[in-house]
Write a protein that binds this ligand. Sequence first.
Ligand SMILES: Cc1cc2nc3c(=O)[nH]c(=O)nc-3n(C[C@H](O)[C@H](O)[C@H](O)COP(=O)(O)OP(=O)(O)OC[C@H]3O[C@@H](n4cnc5c(N)ncnc54)[C@H](O)[C@@H]3O)c2cc1C
Length: 314
Amino acid sequence: MIEIAEADCAHSTIVSVNNSLFCNGILKFGTEAQKQKYVRAIAEGKEIGAFALTEPQSGSDATAMRCKAARQADGSYVINGKKSWITSGPVAKYIILFAITDPAKGAKGITAFMVDTTKPGFHRGKTEPKLGIRASATCEIEFQDYVATADEVVGQEGEGFKIAMGVLDAGRIGIASQAVGLAKAAYKAAVAYVKERKSFGQPIGSFQMIQAKIADMKCRLDAAEILTLRAAWAKAQADLNGGRFSTEASVAKLTASEAAMYITHQALQIHGGMGYSKEMPLERYFRDAKITEIYEGTSEIQRLVIARNETGLR
Ligand SMILES: Cc1cc2nc3c(=O)[nH]c(=O)nc-3n(C[C@H](O)[C@H](O)[C@H](O)COP(=O)(O)OP(=O)(O)OC[C@H]3O[C@@H](n4cnc5c(N)ncnc54)[C@H](O)[C@@H]3O)c2cc1C
């Protein structure tokens, strides 16, 4: 993810949702038949997967969702509702969807389903016009009497919220990696530019104010990368021995996304007018960085997760 995001942040968004939010959920909670059908098609590069949790009125508070799945006598479910901001929604063949099966049970009344976008009752809505990661397609989707069979339920009925949160913990390490890769690209461009660009007869890198920027960028970049690798290590340990890595994942995502914002901003500034030009990639790095502070849990939600885990208070 770090390497891919260094080359193109939008592309790394597609990879992250596909591999992490979609495939990881099925690998962890799906049946063998689901793994063979969905993960195989995606791992072979034949199809693209998406993840549908957010709705127009519910983002950070996913339990406020309204999309409903009503169980029928034959064990199938009829799904009605809308989801918004779905990465790869315009192109995905399969989507892991979260819908309410029992409104009385709150978070425990949410269930995960595999959706095939070629089946009747699935509709694509407006494409979201975005500030950055514009090569990643995002849209609303809608379900009108869409029928999911019993074998399209992922995990058990009522386990959807647990699946979504578990998958997002891992996904946050992917977004931290994305932020590190993007920050690296901006940092490397800045270091090259300060050696080559001259002002007042000297390379701009010889001015102390520019040197301070380079030093501050380097400290934040290294801190972000090391905390991201620590989170990946913590997840690997949890996969082997059990246990949680939610604090490490949130610390990495928060630190790396704020580092990416800072570093892309400073790198643009170092490039002066050329930083603002579309002839160079700096303005794109700057626009792309912002999303890392928003999706898979905003910075405020990461702070909330970290503080709750640390204090045990709600
Ligand atoms: C480009 C893009 C791609 C996305 N891709 C997907 C996808 O593939 N699948 C999917 O399901 N979703 C996706 N999302 C949705 C994304 O995860 C949400 O936008 C995000 O979780 C925030 O939710 P929200 O936009 O509803 O903001 P809100 O939850 O309405 O938050 C608004 C503001 O209030 C703050 N806030 C909310 N609650 C609290 C609190 N308790 N304490 C302090 N502050 C709080 C937030 O931090 C934020 O600053 C995507 C979003 C974008 C922009």
